[in-house]
Design a protein around this ligand. Structure first.
Ligand SMILES: *Cc1c(COP(=O)(O)O)cnc(C)c1O
Length: 368
């Protein structure tokens, strides 16, 4: 089966094989793996040992995003969140339910966030301490330039939390050049091509120390985790960490972030152009389309039924999401994971055939 969900992604058999062992999480053998993983993540983030630290947390991306908000934004504090789409909305909810005050910055969902608009919003409200940015908005497929937005946050003298869940390992990130960042957060199961179960934040050591105890939750206090000197605090998903370590071997063997981004971009281009050739309409224009996920507008044909399409594709060994996150109906296809352009071509052919099977004769978009 070709898994084209934008996380969890296709993994290599060697990565999955790393799960098949019993591990004692507090044993010295595992401790070495655990420390190595934290060091390797720090290097991918551009972190400087001693100045920045990798903080692991059990669980999904929402957990690490909430933990970063709780740790760095004080109770009752304000965080400005550009309304990039679904994942920005989720950050808003996480902040609100944690007793922080999210301030949604309206933007057009198919347009990259303008750093000057962020800067103006910060100047207009000096009580906002943080900006929360979704780097790669998995809802739309659009990239929001975390480097340029960060520069605006820095000029305004505020702090930034970056949801890099579907960006980390592919899009540029050098925390050593972005002193305004409090945390860059991501999970194992997207661009690093490992398995779900652990998430990470990379953060400045000094900021973590300053913010100790403000999370209002022991489990989600990122400042607490490094105080255990590289020992897991609570039972870690040890097999998942071992698989992550193995996935990093393949990341390094590929040549790291730049070649990985090039492969994902080639995947996206192959798929995007293939969809256009089939007469379908991508949700984003060619020049706005990011390399991580492509949304396709549903055909203007009464026979359209997303679940039937997904089932017909699955019968052709291609699995996509059976939901969408765009404002108008679409179907979503991930371009990330242990896959290449040939796989994307195979998906295009399968989609052509699946559309015919479910009786679609008009392929132009219902909502252009
Ligand atoms: C996948 C994703 C998340 C987190 O999802 P989980 O299901 O909690 O792991 C957060 N932000 C973005 C942009 C994502 O793509």
């Amino acid at each position: 089966m070709l898994l084209l969900t934008p996380g969890p992604v296709m993994t290599r058999p060697e990565v999955r094989a790393a799960l098949a062992q019993d591990i004692a999480p507090w044993d010295n053998d595992f401790k070495a793996v655990y420390l190595r993983v934290l060091e390797r993540v720090l290097a991918v983030a551009g972190g400087i040992p001693g100045e920045h630290v990798t903080v692991p947390l059990q669980g999904a991306g929402h957990f690490i995003t909430e933990a970063a908000i709780r740790t760095f934004v004080p109770l009752g504090g304000k965080i400005l969140i550009p309304a990039t789409g679904t994942y920005a909305d989720r950050m808003v909810r996480l902040a609100r339910e944690a007793g922080r005050v999210p301030v949604l910055l309206p933007i057009t969902e198919d347009t990259p966030t303008d750093p000057l608009v962020v800067e103006a919003a910060l100047e207009a409200d000096p009580t906002i301490s943080h900006v929360g940015v979704v780097y790669s908005e998995t809802g739309s497929g659009l990239i929001h330039d975390a480097v340029a937005i960060g520069a605006a946050v820095r000029r305004a003298g505020r702090r930034m939390i970056v949801d890099a869940v579907s960006a980390f390992g592919a899009l540029p990130m050098d925390i050593s050049q972005q002193p305004e960042i409090d945390a860059v957060v991501f999970t194992a199961n997207k661009c690093i091509e490992a398995l779900p179960g652990i998430s990470f934040a990379v953060a400045p050591v000094e900021r973590l120390k300053q913010c100790a105890g403000q999370a209002g939750s022991w489990s989600l206090d990122l400042a607490d985790i490094p105080t255990y000197n590289g020992r897991p605090r609570f039972t870690p998903p040890a097999q998942i960490v071992a698989a992550f370590d193995r996935a990093l071997d393949f990341f390094d063997a590929e040549g790291g972030r730049v070649p990985r981004l090039a492969r994902y971009t080639a995947n996206m281009r192959t798929f995007y152009d293939g969809m256009v050739r089939l007469g379908l309409t991508p949700w984003l224009s060619h020049n706005r389309q990011g390399p991580i996920i492509v949304n396709i507008r549903v055909p203007n044909d009464p026979a359209w039924d997303l679940q039937r399409f997904v089932d017909a594709l699955k019968a052709r060994e291609v699995l996509i999401s059976n939901f969408f996150n765009t404002p108008t109906p679409s179907f979503r296809v991930g371009c990330i994971g242990a896959i290449g352009p040939d796989d994307m071509s195979r998906a295009v052919a399968a989609m052509d055939s699946a559309l015919k099977e479910i009786g679609i004769t008009r392929r132009e978009a219902a909502c252009p």
